[in-house]
Design a protein around this ligand. Structure first.
Ligand code: C2E
Ligand code: MG
Ligand code: MG
Ligand code: MG
Length: 289
Protein backbone atom coordinates (compact mmCIF):
# COMPACT_ATOMS: atom_id res chain seq x y z
CA UNK A 1 0.00 0.00 0.00
CA UNK A 2 3.03 2.32 0.15
CA UNK A 3 2.57 3.35 -3.48
CA UNK A 4 -0.93 4.66 -2.67
CA UNK A 5 0.26 6.92 0.12
CA UNK A 6 0.27 10.59 -0.77
CA UNK A 7 1.77 13.64 0.90
CA UNK A 8 -0.82 13.78 3.61
CA UNK A 9 -0.07 10.42 5.14
CA UNK A 10 2.49 9.20 7.66
CA UNK A 11 4.89 8.67 4.75
CA UNK A 12 6.00 12.29 5.12
CA UNK A 13 8.28 10.86 7.81
CA UNK A 14 11.36 9.42 6.20
CA UNK A 15 11.21 5.66 6.48
CA UNK A 16 13.87 4.52 8.92
CA UNK A 17 14.05 7.81 10.79
CA UNK A 18 11.77 6.63 13.52
CA UNK A 19 13.44 3.26 13.78
CA UNK A 20 16.90 4.80 14.12
CA UNK A 21 15.76 6.88 17.10
CA UNK A 22 13.98 3.85 18.51
CA UNK A 23 17.04 1.70 18.03
CA UNK A 24 19.28 4.17 19.83
CA UNK A 25 16.81 4.47 22.70
CA UNK A 26 16.53 0.71 22.95
CA UNK A 27 20.31 0.33 22.98
CA UNK A 28 20.61 2.96 25.68
CA UNK A 29 18.10 1.12 27.86
CA UNK A 30 19.97 -2.16 27.32
CA UNK A 31 23.45 -0.78 28.05
CA UNK A 32 23.36 -0.95 31.86
CA UNK A 33 21.89 -4.42 31.92
CA UNK A 34 24.40 -5.45 29.27
CA UNK A 35 27.31 -4.42 31.48
CA UNK A 36 25.78 -6.15 34.50
CA UNK A 37 25.04 -9.34 32.56
CA UNK A 38 28.51 -9.58 31.04
CA UNK A 39 27.42 -9.07 27.44
CA UNK A 40 30.53 -7.06 26.56
CA UNK A 41 33.80 -8.50 25.40
CA UNK A 42 37.17 -7.07 24.40
CA UNK A 43 38.48 -8.40 21.11
CA UNK A 44 42.22 -7.97 20.55
CA UNK A 45 43.91 -7.00 17.31
CA UNK A 46 47.70 -7.31 16.90
CA UNK A 47 50.06 -4.46 16.13
CA UNK A 48 53.16 -5.62 14.31
CA UNK A 49 56.68 -4.20 14.12
CA UNK A 50 57.62 -3.68 10.47
CA UNK A 51 61.28 -4.69 10.84
CA UNK A 52 61.03 -7.73 13.13
CA UNK A 53 57.52 -8.75 11.93
CA UNK A 54 56.74 -9.46 15.60
CA UNK A 55 53.59 -8.56 17.49
CA UNK A 56 54.40 -5.66 19.80
CA UNK A 57 50.99 -5.16 21.40
CA UNK A 58 47.26 -5.49 20.84
CA UNK A 59 44.45 -2.99 20.55
CA UNK A 60 41.39 -3.79 22.65
CA UNK A 61 38.21 -3.34 20.62
CA UNK A 62 34.89 -3.53 22.40
CA UNK A 63 32.13 -5.89 21.23
CA UNK A 64 28.59 -6.21 22.55
CA UNK A 65 26.96 -9.63 22.37
CA UNK A 66 23.39 -8.39 22.48
CA UNK A 67 20.83 -11.09 23.36
CA UNK A 68 18.46 -10.08 20.50
CA UNK A 69 20.66 -8.18 18.06
CA UNK A 70 23.74 -10.39 17.93
CA UNK A 71 27.11 -8.63 17.87
CA UNK A 72 26.60 -4.86 17.94
CA UNK A 73 29.42 -2.68 16.58
CA UNK A 74 31.02 0.00 18.77
CA UNK A 75 30.29 2.40 15.90
CA UNK A 76 26.62 1.96 16.85
CA UNK A 77 26.73 1.83 20.65
CA UNK A 78 29.67 4.09 21.63
CA UNK A 79 27.83 7.27 20.48
CA UNK A 80 24.76 6.12 22.45
CA UNK A 81 26.89 5.45 25.52
CA UNK A 82 28.51 8.87 25.14
CA UNK A 83 25.23 10.73 24.75
CA UNK A 84 23.73 9.05 27.81
CA UNK A 85 26.79 9.30 30.05
CA UNK A 86 26.99 5.52 30.27
CA UNK A 87 30.38 5.67 28.60
CA UNK A 88 31.86 6.28 32.06
CA UNK A 89 30.73 2.90 33.43
CA UNK A 90 31.46 1.17 30.14
CA UNK A 91 34.89 2.77 29.91
CA UNK A 92 35.75 1.64 33.43
CA UNK A 93 34.67 -1.87 32.51
CA UNK A 94 37.07 -1.72 29.55
CA UNK A 95 39.95 -0.66 31.83
CA UNK A 96 39.17 -3.45 34.34
CA UNK A 97 38.88 -6.06 31.63
CA UNK A 98 42.10 -4.94 29.90
CA UNK A 99 43.91 -5.20 33.27
CA UNK A 100 42.43 -8.63 33.87
CA UNK A 101 43.71 -9.79 30.47
CA UNK A 102 47.16 -8.32 31.10
CA UNK A 103 47.52 -10.07 34.45
CA UNK A 104 46.22 -13.32 32.97
CA UNK A 105 48.24 -13.45 29.77
CA UNK A 106 51.97 -12.79 29.70
CA UNK A 107 52.01 -13.23 25.91
CA UNK A 108 50.16 -9.95 25.76
CA UNK A 109 52.94 -7.51 26.49
CA UNK A 110 50.87 -4.40 26.12
CA UNK A 111 47.25 -3.44 25.43
CA UNK A 112 45.97 -0.24 23.87
CA UNK A 113 42.54 0.86 25.00
CA UNK A 114 40.34 3.46 23.36
CA UNK A 115 39.33 6.32 25.64
CA UNK A 116 36.35 8.42 24.59
CA UNK A 117 36.73 12.20 24.83
CA UNK A 118 33.83 12.32 27.29
CA UNK A 119 35.45 9.68 29.47
CA UNK A 120 38.81 11.45 29.30
CA UNK A 121 37.29 14.78 30.34
CA UNK A 122 35.41 13.28 33.29
CA UNK A 123 36.84 14.73 36.52
CA UNK A 124 37.51 11.29 37.99
CA UNK A 125 39.10 9.68 34.96
CA UNK A 126 42.73 9.62 36.04
CA UNK A 127 41.99 8.70 39.66
CA UNK A 128 39.70 5.81 38.66
CA UNK A 129 42.17 4.58 36.05
CA UNK A 130 45.04 4.58 38.56
CA UNK A 131 42.91 2.83 41.16
CA UNK A 132 41.80 0.05 38.80
CA UNK A 133 45.32 -0.48 37.44
CA UNK A 134 46.89 -0.49 40.92
CA UNK A 135 44.33 -2.96 42.27
CA UNK A 136 44.97 -5.27 39.34
CA UNK A 137 48.70 -5.10 40.02
CA UNK A 138 49.44 -4.26 36.39
CA UNK A 139 52.42 -2.11 35.43
CA UNK A 140 51.21 1.15 33.89
CA UNK A 141 53.67 0.82 31.01
CA UNK A 142 51.69 -2.20 29.78
CA UNK A 143 48.71 0.04 29.03
CA UNK A 144 48.45 2.53 26.20
CA UNK A 145 45.60 5.03 26.09
CA UNK A 146 44.31 5.88 22.62
CA UNK A 147 42.69 9.28 22.40
CA UNK A 148 41.48 11.23 19.39
CA UNK A 149 42.00 14.85 18.50
CA UNK A 150 38.53 15.67 19.83
CA UNK A 151 40.04 15.41 23.33
CA UNK A 152 42.39 18.27 22.53
CA UNK A 153 40.23 20.89 20.88
CA UNK A 154 38.06 22.36 23.64
CA UNK A 155 40.02 22.28 26.82
CA UNK A 156 43.59 22.49 25.70
CA UNK A 157 45.32 23.28 28.98
CA UNK A 158 43.49 20.76 31.10
CA UNK A 159 43.95 18.02 28.51
CA UNK A 160 47.67 18.80 28.40
CA UNK A 161 47.94 18.67 32.20
CA UNK A 162 46.15 15.32 32.42
CA UNK A 163 48.13 13.83 29.55
CA UNK A 164 51.39 14.88 31.21
CA UNK A 165 50.27 13.34 34.51
CA UNK A 166 49.30 10.10 32.79
CA UNK A 167 52.63 10.05 31.02
CA UNK A 168 54.46 10.63 34.32
CA UNK A 169 52.54 7.70 35.82
CA UNK A 170 53.99 5.53 33.07
CA UNK A 171 51.09 5.02 30.67
CA UNK A 172 51.80 5.22 26.96
CA UNK A 173 49.66 7.69 25.03
CA UNK A 174 48.56 7.31 21.42
CA UNK A 175 46.85 9.75 19.10
CA UNK A 176 44.26 7.70 17.20
CA UNK A 177 42.79 8.36 13.73
CA UNK A 178 45.43 10.98 12.98
CA UNK A 179 44.68 13.10 9.95
CA UNK A 180 40.91 13.14 10.39
CA UNK A 181 38.97 15.73 12.36
CA UNK A 182 40.51 19.04 13.23
CA UNK A 183 44.11 18.03 12.83
CA UNK A 184 46.76 20.49 13.69
CA UNK A 185 50.39 19.64 13.29
CA UNK A 186 51.21 21.63 16.41
CA UNK A 187 49.20 19.12 18.51
CA UNK A 188 51.83 16.58 17.78
CA UNK A 189 54.67 18.52 19.35
CA UNK A 190 52.63 20.08 22.14
CA UNK A 191 51.25 16.87 23.63
CA UNK A 192 53.28 13.94 24.99
CA UNK A 193 52.33 11.25 22.48
CA UNK A 194 54.33 8.05 22.28
CA UNK A 195 52.43 6.83 19.24
CA UNK A 196 50.50 8.27 16.32
CA UNK A 197 48.10 6.10 14.40
CA UNK A 198 47.57 7.00 10.76
CA UNK A 199 43.86 6.82 10.05
CA UNK A 200 42.87 3.84 7.96
CA UNK A 201 41.21 6.10 5.39
CA UNK A 202 44.67 7.17 4.17
CA UNK A 203 45.92 3.59 4.11
CA UNK A 204 42.89 2.51 2.08
CA UNK A 205 43.64 5.21 -0.50
CA UNK A 206 47.27 4.18 -1.03
CA UNK A 207 47.67 3.32 -4.68
CA UNK A 208 44.29 4.94 -5.39
CA UNK A 209 44.93 8.61 -4.70
CA UNK A 210 48.35 10.19 -5.14
CA UNK A 211 47.65 12.53 -2.23
CA UNK A 212 47.31 9.59 0.18
CA UNK A 213 50.94 8.61 -0.44
CA UNK A 214 52.09 12.17 0.16
CA UNK A 215 50.08 12.44 3.37
CA UNK A 216 51.26 9.08 4.69
CA UNK A 217 54.89 9.95 3.91
CA UNK A 218 54.54 13.26 5.73
CA UNK A 219 52.97 11.75 8.85
CA UNK A 220 55.68 9.07 9.04
CA UNK A 221 58.40 11.67 8.58
CA UNK A 222 56.97 14.08 11.14
CA UNK A 223 56.23 11.36 13.71
CA UNK A 224 59.72 9.96 13.27
CA UNK A 225 61.35 13.36 13.72
CA UNK A 226 59.33 13.90 16.91
CA UNK A 227 60.51 10.52 18.22
CA UNK A 228 57.09 8.88 18.11
CA UNK A 229 56.15 5.40 17.00
CA UNK A 230 54.08 5.66 13.84
CA UNK A 231 51.41 2.99 13.35
CA UNK A 232 49.36 2.50 10.19
CA UNK A 233 45.79 1.30 10.78
CA UNK A 234 43.59 -0.71 8.44
CA UNK A 235 46.38 -2.47 6.52
CA UNK A 236 44.59 -5.01 4.33
CA UNK A 237 47.00 -5.83 1.48
CA UNK A 238 50.66 -6.79 1.19
CA UNK A 239 51.11 -3.89 -1.26
CA UNK A 240 50.00 -1.45 1.43
CA UNK A 241 52.26 -3.13 4.01
CA UNK A 242 55.25 -2.96 1.65
CA UNK A 243 54.62 0.67 0.77
CA UNK A 244 54.47 1.49 4.48
CA UNK A 245 57.65 -0.51 5.18
CA UNK A 246 59.45 1.34 2.39
CA UNK A 247 58.24 4.63 3.79
CA UNK A 248 59.69 3.92 7.24
CA UNK A 249 56.44 3.30 9.11
CA UNK A 250 57.20 1.61 12.47
CA UNK A 251 54.20 -0.65 13.02
CA UNK A 252 51.24 -2.07 11.10
CA UNK A 253 47.74 -2.97 12.20
CA UNK A 254 44.95 -4.38 10.03
CA UNK A 255 43.22 -7.48 8.72
CA UNK A 256 46.38 -8.49 6.79
CA UNK A 257 48.26 -8.86 10.08
CA UNK A 258 45.33 -10.21 12.10
CA UNK A 259 41.66 -9.55 12.74
CA UNK A 260 40.31 -8.55 16.14
CA UNK A 261 39.71 -11.81 18.08
CA UNK A 262 38.72 -12.94 21.57
CA UNK A 263 41.70 -13.39 23.93
CA UNK A 264 41.79 -17.19 23.58
CA UNK A 265 41.95 -16.96 19.76
CA UNK A 266 44.44 -14.15 19.18
CA UNK A 267 47.27 -14.57 16.71
CA UNK A 268 50.67 -14.54 18.43
CA UNK A 269 52.54 -14.43 15.14
CA UNK A 270 52.07 -12.93 11.69
CA UNK A 271 51.12 -15.10 8.65
CA UNK A 272 54.29 -16.50 7.00
CA UNK A 273 53.63 -14.91 3.60
CA UNK A 274 53.33 -11.50 5.26
CA UNK A 275 56.60 -12.02 7.15
CA UNK A 276 58.28 -12.97 3.85
CA UNK A 277 56.74 -10.02 2.01
CA UNK A 278 57.93 -7.55 4.64
CA UNK A 279 61.41 -9.11 4.78
CA UNK A 280 61.72 -8.88 0.99
CA UNK A 281 60.83 -5.19 1.19
CA UNK A 282 63.23 -4.40 4.02
CA UNK A 283 66.22 -6.67 3.35
CA UNK A 284 65.81 -7.12 -0.40
CA UNK A 285 64.37 -10.31 -1.86
CA UNK A 286 65.77 -13.44 -0.30
CA UNK A 287 66.57 -16.41 -2.57
CA UNK A 288 65.78 -19.82 -1.16
CA UNK A 289 68.96 -21.98 -1.24
P1 C2E B 1 39.58 2.63 16.16
O1 C2E B 1 40.06 2.80 17.55
O2 C2E B 1 40.21 3.47 15.12
O3 C2E B 1 39.75 1.09 15.84
C1 C2E B 1 40.11 0.57 14.59
C2 C2E B 1 38.90 0.04 13.86
O4 C2E B 1 39.31 -0.44 12.59
C3 C2E B 1 38.25 -1.15 14.55
O5 C2E B 1 36.84 -1.09 14.28
C4 C2E B 1 38.86 -2.33 13.82
O6 C2E B 1 38.08 -3.51 13.90
C5 C2E B 1 38.90 -1.78 12.42
N1 C2E B 1 39.90 -2.43 11.59
C6 C2E B 1 41.05 -3.03 11.96
N2 C2E B 1 41.74 -3.47 10.90
C7 C2E B 1 41.01 -3.17 9.82
C8 C2E B 1 41.20 -3.37 8.40
O7 C2E B 1 42.19 -3.93 7.93
N3 C2E B 1 40.22 -2.89 7.57
C9 C2E B 1 39.10 -2.26 8.06
N4 C2E B 1 38.20 -1.85 7.18
N5 C2E B 1 38.90 -2.05 9.38
C10 C2E B 1 39.84 -2.49 10.24
P2 C2E B 1 35.78 -1.41 15.42
O8 C2E B 1 36.30 -2.52 16.27
O9 C2E B 1 34.46 -1.55 14.76
O10 C2E B 1 35.81 -0.09 16.29
C11 C2E B 1 35.40 1.12 15.73
C12 C2E B 1 35.72 2.28 16.64
O11 C2E B 1 34.94 2.18 17.85
C13 C2E B 1 37.16 2.32 17.10
O12 C2E B 1 37.98 2.89 16.10
C14 C2E B 1 37.04 3.19 18.34
O13 C2E B 1 36.97 4.54 17.99
C15 C2E B 1 35.67 2.76 18.87
N6 C2E B 1 35.89 1.80 19.98
C16 C2E B 1 36.13 0.47 19.91
N7 C2E B 1 36.29 -0.05 21.16
C17 C2E B 1 36.17 0.99 22.01
C18 C2E B 1 36.24 1.13 23.45
O14 C2E B 1 36.51 0.18 24.21
N8 C2E B 1 36.02 2.38 23.97
C19 C2E B 1 35.78 3.46 23.17
N9 C2E B 1 35.56 4.66 23.77
N10 C2E B 1 35.71 3.37 21.84
C20 C2E B 1 35.91 2.16 21.25
MG1 MG C 1 41.84 2.91 18.41
MG1 MG D 1 41.72 4.47 14.62
MG1 MG E 1 60.52 6.13 14.15
Amino acid sequence: HAKNSGRNTFQIFKPGMNTLIEKRRALEVDLDAGIAKGEFELFLQPRVDVVSAEVTSYEALLRWHHPDRGIVSPVDFIPVAEASGKIIALGEWVIREACRMLSLEENVRRLSINVSAIQFRHTDFRRRLDEIVRRAGVETKRLELEITESVLIDDDKRALKILNELKTSGYAIALDDFGTGYSSLSYLSRYPFDTIKIDRGFVANLGEEASAEAIVHSIIDLGGRLGMTVVAEGVETLEQAQFLARSGCDELQGYLLGRPQPLDKIALTVPAEVVAGLAAEIHGSVETP
